[in-house]
Design a protein around this ligand. Sequence first.
Ligand SMILES: [Zn+2]
Ligand SMILES: [Zn+2]
Length: 294
Amino acid sequence: MSETFVRFWGTRGSIPTPGHKTRRYGGNTSCVEVRMNDLLFVCDGGTGLRELGLELQERAPEGLEAHLLFSHMHWDHIQGFPFFVPAYAEKNKLNVYEVTPGETRVQRLLHHQMQSEYFPISFSDLGASIDAGHFTDGELALPGVRVRCLEQPHPGRSFAFSFEAGGRKIVYATDSELDLTLQNPEQAKRDPRALRVMPQQLVDFVSGADLLIADGQYTDAEYVQRVGWGHATASSVVDLAVQARVKQCAVFHHDPMHSDEVVDAKIQSCRERAQNHRSDLIVFGAREGVELKF
Ligand SMILES: [Zn+2]
Ligand SMILES: [Zn+2]
């Protein structure tokens, strides 16, 4: 069994934020590469996808096959796609996935964002073969890696993905308003330090992950001003990870208003929270360019 690699190509939420204030965590929007059992998965096609495409071109000059999983089709998760150079070469094969059988919604929406009103090159001019695959009963039929999906609370809905092979498990769960799903909302309101109890189905989905990559866009103070926007507090991500006995947790989808220093402070409070729960969970802020090996 080969090793599992995870690399962050874009960690920002909502809109790209280049500039000196976001240099360390990065300004590109959601894109995470997962290589498992010799399969290449790409979670979301935010602006980070552009640079991944350039690297893949060098890594596999003879052609490649990639599995692209879109959590949902909000701009910050698809805008890198028209700049993904492997999509332009005939030698490459891209599989994009739908949760609902028979649907080709992902393909259709990728197509739409490349209409001439928005972009100079059309989807039909892309050279790679781009096929729609489907989840059956929440699971993909792929050799050697178990890939599952779970619907999440987000305007227009979104999906989390879990990848398992050779005793390793990676979960990518962005754009999810965890704070709307708490099983003990009254207690959580009364005592912000109390463990926020998550739905059992979600805990089971994430359970035992070597790495959970999760939307933790807001501090608790910010969240009260942004209820219903579809994103979670970093505190709730920690509590999910603790309940699901996750080993490492990457807080992801950083708010565009957050400088590197603000993200540092958010991560520090996450670590203190994990300690208060008497957990040895490792928490860190997802950073563009960082690669982890399992
Ligand atoms: Zn997003
Ligand atoms: Zn979204």
